[in-house]
Design a binder for this molecule. Sequence first.
Ligand code: PEP
Length: 249
Amino acid sequence: MRRKLAAGNWKMNGTAADLAELNVLATLMPADAPEVIICPPAPLLYRASTVAQATPISIGAQDCHMQASGAFTGDISAAMIADTGAAYVIVGHSERREAHAERDRDIRKKAKAAWASNLAAIICIGETLEDREADNTLDIIAGQLAGSLPTAVTAANTIIAYEPIWAIGTGKVPTLDQIAEVHDFIRSKLAIRYGADIADMIPLLYGGSVKPDNAALIFEAGNVDGALVGGASLKATDFAPIISALAQS
Ligand code: PEP
C-alpha cells in the first residue's frame, strides 16, 4: 500500500506563537490520519520539532542548500535542518524556481544533499499557465522529472508534488481529469526510469489551492496520494478537514 501524506507549507508566515497550531492540529486530526508534515520557516524548525514530538506530526523545511557547508550567506544546509529534528525538506518549489532562479539541476543536487543528511525530499514540479494553455504541460513535466530527480530515487527518500503554478495561491484548481492526467503521466515516467516496484510506492501529492471544501474531490483523482497545502495549512481548523478528507479517501 502506498502511503498517504498531507504536507503543509507555511512559506514566510508564522512566529513561535503560531506553533500552538501544531497542538491544535494534533487534537483535530482523525485517529487514522495519514502522515502529516508541517514545513514552517527555517527559524521555527527546531522549536516546531520540539513541539511536534508530543504529536504524530512530522516537521520539514522549505528549502536547503545543495552544498554541505561553506560561504553561502543566508542559506541553510540539509545537515542543519536534520539537526533541528526535521525529517523532510521541500525542494524545487515554484516560488524558489521563480524568485531564486533555481534550475532543475539545482533541485537535483538539493535532493541529493537532503538524502545525504537522511532527510526525505519533497520535489516540486509544475507548469505555468502559459505552458498549460500552449498544451505543453506533459512536456514540461517530463523535462522537470528528468532534470530534477536524481538516479537514486526510492519511495523512502522521495515524495513528488505536482503543483501547477497557476493554481498556487490563486483559488484556481485544475479539473480532476487534468490532475489525473498529470499524476498518471508522472507515475508512468517514474516506472520507466526506476522500475514499476519503486514507482508504485512513491507518493504523488497534488498542490495548488487545496482547501477544506475541495480536498475530498481532489483526492478522488487517480494517483493522488495526498496534498501539499500552502494557505490552508496555516490554521489547524483549515488543515484538519483536509487531513480527514485524505484519511477517508
Ligand atoms: C504551495 O505553495 O505549495 C501551495 C500549494 O499553496 P496554496 O495551497 O496556497 O495554493
